[in-house]
Design a protein around this ligand. Structure first.
Ligand code: NAD
Length: 444
């Protein structure tokens, strides 16, 4: 089937390449000419394991192409995925829908005949209904654009796998219209995936929009739950990692997303829970989500707690000390530094007068762009040169499996702060290091 994917960032570029991988003819559309050109040249403009192979294979097969021209999109296909960004507003907790709106504003007047737009971006409940009206006004007489919403659940670092083997597909349609036509088209696009037994949840617009933000609110809550427990563990000397293992054995709870530490960041969870709270206020249900404010507060507090822990480890004050920060991406297997806890901590330590040296295996270019005033090193060892404290802020495998002996001769003091509770504490202590972990003791 022929289709376009509008917005070719983490979500859209992955989606475009994966739809081509399923055998479809795909045109990726982005307003950023550099991004479109790089993708067309077979270069993924961000780090995502496995994506480069899928991209190149499908470009070479002639099933995938990129453009910046909305007219080309309107002429190329009658099915259009919408995956543009929905960042937090500059002021307030609400969601900035300007990219979504300008994407449909550019497309709708150009289409002729019957078209289907499949929204994938994460949006506040009510967005699809409002956009459908906007599109109807812009569409030429005699033409029609049907709008459905199918939120995306992929995880950065596993984006290809999550797109081709999702846990479920959700399709929300206009509750006042017969949805059999659009549902048939969507089922045909995902035929291979659905035939493998993937659950297909069909519902209305509002429910589909809420599924996505509810899922992210739940995940954020789970992380902040264990981090709240870790604050108690810190005070009483209990081991929150062992506690998480023990409660995680309960099938009703599960061990995943129960890792205490520096908390969540990135381009999704923080802005999604805030956007959810803002919309709940607008629809008169603000009270229902008041707990998310606490989830957000617990999460933000972890960053300040790590800064304090590093100060303690440095002898009470970081002024004039050398601090190595290992990790800048908001999580491993990604180069995404949007709302990165690691860089936030690095910035706070620099403000307190430390000389901070940051290293990340994949996120250096993005970090330099976002935090140009920090110092960056070319390797973990280089970042640790003459360090008074080494801080692990992102749990990249390269840091988790780092050998203490390799850093022992490089640093000024053998002090390491484990912000992600991911190190083998016994091995570091056996090598003569002082190891402290965010969230209380690690009794290995
Ligand atoms: P991104 O910033 O990486 O990508 C957005 C892209 O849209 C950019 O390349 C931008 O140039 C392009 N764009 C903006 N306005 C446009 C327009 N009018 N026409 C065409 N292109 C336009 O963002 P992302 O991380 O890919 O997120 C996109 C959406 O997907 C967001 O709603 C996000 O919440 C959601 N989402 C993201 C993830 C993830 O892991 N990144 C997972 C699930 C859902």
């Amino acid at each position: 089937m022929k289709m376009t994917v509008i917005g070719c960032g983490y979500l859209g570029a992955t989606h475009a390449a994966c739809m081509a991988e399923l055998g479809h003819d795909v045109l990726g559309v982005d307003v950023d000419p550099e991004k479109a050109a790089r993708l067309q040249a077979g270069e993924v403009p961000f780090f995502e394991p496995g994506l480069s192979d899928v991209l190149r294979r499908n470009l070479a097969a002639g099933r995938l192409r990129f453009t910046t021209d909305p007219r080309e999109a309107a002429d190329f296909a009658t099915v259009h995925f919408l995956g543009v960004g929905t960042p937090q507003l500059r002021r307030g907790y609400g969601v900035d829908l300007s990219h979504v709106e300008s994407a449909v504003d550019a497309l709708a007047p150009l289409v002729r005949g019957e078209h289907l737009v499949i929204g994938k971006s994460t949006v506040p409940v009510g967005t699809a209904a409002a956009l459908a009206q906007r599109i109807a006004v812009l569409t030429a007489p005699g033409s029609h654009v049907e709008l459905v919403w199918s939120p995306e659940f992929l995880r950065e670092g596993f984006a290809v796998e999550d797109t081709l083997e999702p846990d479920r597909l959700v399709l929300g349609t206009d509750p006042d219209r017969d949805d059999s036509g659009p549902a048939r088209v969507v089922a045909e696009i995902y035929r291979e995936i659905l035939e493998s037994g993937t659950p297909f949840v069909r519902t209305d617009w509002a429910t589909a929009e809420l599924v996505k933000v509810s899922a992210n609110a739940f995940l954020a809550t789970k992380i902040s739950f264990i981090n709240a427990i870790s604050e108690i563990c810190e005070n009483v000397g209990a081991d929150v990692s062992t506690l998480a293992d023990a409660i995680g054995y309960d099938g009703r709870i599960g061990r995943r997303f129960l890792n205490a530490g520096l908390g969540f960041g990135g381009g999704c969870l923080p802005k999604d829970i805030r956007g959810f709270m803002a919309r709940a206020d607008e629809v008169g249900a603000g009270r229902a989500l008041r707990f998310l404010r606490e989830v957000d507060a617990i999460n933000t507090r972890r960053r300040a707690a790590l800064v304090d822990l590093v100060s303690d480890a440095a002898g009470g004050d970081v002024l004039g000390t050398n601090i190595a920060i290992l990790g800048a991406a908001f999580k491993p297997e990604s180069d995404d530094v949007r709302d990165s806890p690691a860089l936030n901590v690095a910035g706070q330590l620099a403000l307190r007068g430390a000389s901070v040296s940051v290293f990340d295996p994949k996120a250096m270019a993005n970090s330099r762009r976002l935090y140009p005033t920090l110092d960056y090193a070319d390797s973990a060892a280089a970042a640790c040169e003459d360090a008074d404290v080494v801080v692990v802020a992102t749990e990249w495998a390269e840091f988790v499996h780092m050998l203490p002996e390799e850093l022992s001769g490089v640093v000024r003091a053998k002090v390491i702060v484990d912000g992600r509770r991911c190190l083998d504490a016994a091995a570091w202590r056996a090598a003569g290091w002082r190891l402290v972990a965010l969230g209380g003791p690690m009794r290995v």
